[in-house]
Write a protein that binds this ligand. Structure first.
Ligand SMILES: [Zn+2]
Length: 145
């Protein structure tokens, strides 16, 4: 088995326990890179991993997978920062809380589509998984010429 993903695909997804990426996307071991963080957000470190995926390991397509009922949806950015500060933690990052999964997804897609770190930016799709009923939707389908 090669370390290069068979389907030339990298998936950026939330770390949520209910997201079984293999089952949701119909993938097998060896098919894709999985990059996971809180929210599935296009953070600097997610972009670092995607840059390595594309530039070193040959992937050409990105799927960003977020979901309904995300722990970051409706969380308080300010309260989180204050709790960190109370423990003398002043990290350079923010939690990334959001009010709408569709808006958070759109922002992450826009970030990736304008990231010069990535060599392949024409096949970047966003999906939202619903853990309640197992459905998957694509709110931002972009037509390609
Ligand atoms: Zn989540």
């Amino acid at each position: 088995m090669s370390s290069k993903p068979r389907r030339r695909l990298a998936v950026l997804a939330c770390m949520d326990t209910r997201l079984d990426l293999y089952a949701i996307l119909g993938l097998k071991r060896g098919d894709a890179h999985f990059i996971r963080n809180a929210g599935g957000l296009a953070s600097e470190d997610a972009i670092r991993s995607l840059a390595a995926s594309q530039r070193l390991l040959g992937t050409e397509e990105v799927i960003v997978l977020m979901h309904d009922q995300c722990g970051l949806c409706g969380a308080s950015e300010d309260q989180f920062a204050m709790a960190l500060a109370a423990d003398n933690a002043l990290p350079p990052w923010r939690l990334g809380a959001f009010e709408s999964v569709e808006q958070a997804l759109a922002a992450s897609l826009a970030r990736l589509r304008s990231a010069p770190e990535l060599t392949h930016r024409d096949q970047i799709r966003g999906l939202v998984f619903n853990p309640a009923d197992g459905s998957l939707r694509e709110p931002q389908r972009v037509a390609h010429a």
